[in-house]
Design a binder for this molecule. Structure first.
Ligand code: BDR
Ligand code: CA
Length: 311
């Protein structure tokens, strides 16, 4: 099986993505490294542990950075709930996080699975940036990196121009984009692709009634954010991390992409945290990222459905 390491800030859509990974026969999740993002680190770690418990899997969970590298950031509790999992008041998981820091776990696992590791980043890139600062040779051991982040034409979801994961820690994103961009590139699934691949609420409601332990838990933790989203964005639910995970697990479903240089804006009066794509390659810089534009929608929906029914 392909070893899969997920760096994440669970998060309702992170949880769906992680369940998709657990349900996939071709991949083995070798760890969950956790950052602050959607909510604070104690909640994101607790949520990851709880999700593993509910799913009945024994994947190690590593706590990482509890804040962005430089500047304070605002969380996304207004989308995911104060606890990041819809404030259902679930009983905490019995298991605790590993003692090893997430950034060190990323490096160790990259050695243990050198050349084969699939790395999927679903949150702010703080842990990965820290790992790169500790060991800049990390990209040489990663077979493929898939990042959920950015907005290719500046249709932001947290500021006018920036997407949440990048805006939360732009310096970290800068470090990761530069390092992996120079080492053969990475895949980027942005907020605009997410908007183009909404999941019909009516179908989601049916899938959540699969009767499995996973579906029942997910129905509860996602209820608040699905209602929030239905009020604002109509009849489709947009699950960014789930789309990124589909691209990671099944790249054959990728129907349209472009490879371009992408920079992270660190300054900018209105644009800090924006992902600036040089569509016409006017800066003469090498291409750094494969930008996901269109994915097989029915394959994506089937994968979400299977993940909920599994277990
Ligand atoms: C991203 O931000 C978070 O709120 C989600 O979990 C996802 O990773 C979407 O912009
Ligand atoms: Ca996330």
């Amino acid at each position: 099986k392909i070893p899969l390491l997920i760096d994440t800030d669970p998060g309702v859509d992170d949880a769906l993505a992680i369940l998709m990974a657990f349900a996939d026969a071709r991949h083995e999740v070798v760890g969950l490294t956790i950052a602050a993002g959607n909510v604070g680190l104690s909640h994101t770690v607790g949520n990851a542990l709880k999700l593993c418990e509910v799913a009945g899997v024994d994947v190690p969970v590593f706590a990482g950075c509890d804040a962005p590298l430089l500047h304070p950031a605002r969380d996304a509790a207004y989308v995911h709930g104060q606890d990041g999992f819809g404030d259902t008041g679930y009983a905490p998981a019995v298991r605790k996080a590993e003692a090893e820091h997430a950034a060190l776990a990323i490096l160790r696992l990259s050695h243990e699975h050198a050349g084969r590791l699939l790395l999927v980043a679903l949150g702010p890139l703080t842990n990965l940036a820290l790992a790169l600062k500790l060991d800049p040779t990390l990209p040489q051991r990663v077979d493929r990196l898939v990042v959920m982040g950015g907005a290719f034409t500046a249709h932001g979801n947290i500021t006018a121009a920036a997407e949440f994961n990048i805006a939360f820690d732009p310096e970290a994103a800068y470090i990761v984009f530069e390092a992996f961009g120079a080492a053969g590139g990475f895949d980027l699934v942005d907020w605009e692709a997410t908007l183009a691949h909404g999941l019909p609420h009516d179908d989601v409601v049916k899938w959540l009634q699969a009767g499995s332990v996973r579906a029942t838990f997910y129905e509860a933790i996602s209820r608040q954010t699905r209602e929030w989203s239905a009020d604002r964005r109509g009849d489709r639910w947009h699950s960014a991390d789930a789309l990124a995970m589909a691209c990671a697990l099944a790249p054959e479903g990728l129907l349209e992409h472009q490879t371009r240089p992408v920079a992270v804006e660190l300054d900018g009066r209105h644009t800090r945290g924006a992902t600036v794509v040089d569509w016409l390659r006017q800066g003469g810089q090498p291409d750094t990222a494969r930008l996901v534009l269109r994915y097989d929608q029915s394959a994506f929906e089937q994968r979400v459905r299977d993940a909920l029914a599994a277990g």
